[in-house]
Ligand binder design. Structure first.
Ligand code: GDP
Length: 427
């Protein structure tokens, strides 16, 4: 029996979609545990190129049961849109189950997301305006609406009435925004409930059954640990827990059942939106990485900030999550670099520290200490075995393993499934 979690080891967008897609060929259940449609996975497989925001990439493997856990916040319209695309490609969707306890994004959540961001002015967090933060806020405030509520006309009307009245007061009185219609929202969400009803279940029980049957279960994280609500670079973080604790609370799976945790990291680093990013590179280098790595957000199209591999942050991620293997993606993006860098410590005043702090002030006063290595300046795209990589690339990867203290199980050298070097079987 193996439960394998795959989490983001940096600031999100590490290429988790590809790694999960690769691993699902051996999985029997794939479960997403947090975030919403602010996450964006690009999956390239024999069916085509798909930009998935909610549905686990496991849906492309015909034998895999896919779960959207209670920790996810669901925009029903987006979910239905993704289902339509999958149906058009003749991909079976009967194996998709959404937790009845997952919270629903309502029309005022994206509006409030945008209004709140605007009101922050220069201190905006850089959210995707998808309403994810406001939906989690309502969940914590115990006024949210859950998937199961969409299946009961009376409960939905009663909960929506309370919520829409409160939100309309906020919209009109604080933000000078026109009110939304309770009637329209009610009818629309009732219809969403009708359409999604075949998929809404107690997903914790499905997982428990899978555990009893010794099935191979893959837990799929969205975003990355450095964006974790508690352990990331607060307040420039996401509104859920991409780290491993989020998998337990977001699915109802006991911690001791998660035997393996893989962190996905790019061979360099990127970050979307504002916030501390110690290894951000100077303009010219960042631009080169951005162009070669197509570092533009799947969800927003925003240009990502780019920089060097941060081994200090990676070690923090390993410690925090009990990571026992790494997947290093996008090695090919460094193919042309004459010099590649790994950040091994942060300089703070006159001292060098090798740990991550949760204080924003401290983060902002750090400068990275780098170890520079010669680049390999040749293509790695066709390489399928570690020993066939250019020597400089092998040295670079071994050094990452050494500093981070964790073996690299998978190296990705291109977006396609086959553009991978598998050093350790996962299941
Ligand atoms: P995720 O949210 O962590 O899945 O990351 P994204 O989907 O936002 O970003 C990954 C992007 O990089 C996608 O466009 C992938 O197709 C692509 N990608 C993944 N692995 C590799 C790789 O090894 N090399 C290259 N060049 N592209 C990759």
């Amino acid at each position: 029996m193996t439960v394998q979690a795959v989490i983001g080891g940096q600031w999100g967008d590490e290429g988790k979609g590809k790694i999960v897609d690769l691993l699902t060929s051996r999985a029997e259940v794939v479960a997403r545990y947090q975030g919403g449609d602010n996450a964006g996975h690009t999956v390239v497989n024999p069916y085509g190129t798909f930009h998935m925001h909610l549905i686990p990439s496991g849906i492309f493997s015909s034998e895999v049961t896919c779960i959207i856990g209670n920790g996810v916040v669901v925009n029903p319209q987006r979910l239905i849109d993704e289902l339509v695309v999958l149906r058009q490609h003749k991909i079976s969707i009967e194996r998709l189950f959404i937790s009845e306890a997952a919270h629903v994004i309502l029309p005022f959540h994206p509006i409030l997301d945008q209004l709140e961001e605007e009101s922050r002015g220069n201190s905006s967090i850089g959210t995707t305006h998808r309403g994810i933060g406001p939906a989690y806020t309502d969940k914590a405030a115990r006024v949210g609406i859950r998937m199961v509520d969409l299946l009961d006309e009376e409960i939905l009307l009663s909960r929506l009435t309370q919520m829409v009245n409160a939100k309309n007061r906020l919209l009109t009185k604080v933000y000078n925004h026109p009110p939304l219609s309770l009637h329209e929202i009610y009818l629309k969400y009732l219809e969403y409930g009708r359409q999604l009803a075949p998929h809404i279940r107690d997903t914790r029980q499905i997982l428990m059954q899978a555990l009893r049957e010794d099935k191979r279960i893959l837990l799929e994280g969205a975003q990355g640990t450095m964006l974790d609500l508690d352990f990331g670079t607060y307040p420039y973080v996401t509104s859920s827990s991409p780290s491993i604790g989020g998998a337990c609370t977001g699915l109802g799976i006991p911690p001791a059942r998660i035997q393996r945790v893989m962190a996905v990291c790019k061979a360099y680093c990127t970050r979307v939106g504002a916030g501390p990013f110690p290894t951000e590179a100077e303009d010219e280098i960042a631009e080169g990485l951005r162009e070669r790595g197509h570092e533009f957000g799947t969800t927003t199209g925003r240009a990502r900030r780019c920089g060097w591999f941060d081994a200090v942050a990676a070690r923090y991620v390993v410690d925090l999550n009990g990571v026992n293997s790494l997947a290093i993606t996008k090695l090919d993006v460094l193919d042309e670099e004459p010099v590649v860098r790994i950040c091994t410590g942060y300089r703070l005043n006159d001292a060098v520290v090798d740990y991550v702090s949760t204080s924003q002030l401290l983060w902002e006063s750090l400068t990275p200490v780098y170890e520079d290595m010669p680049g390999w300046q040749s293509s790695t795209r066709q390489v399928r075995a570690f020993e066939d990589l250019p020597e400089q690339a092998q040295t670079f990867l071994r050094r990452i393993e050494e500093i981070v203290g964790t073996p690299i199980a998978i190296i990705s050298v291109g977006p396609k499934r086959e553009e991978s070097i598998i050093r350790q079987t996962v299941f």
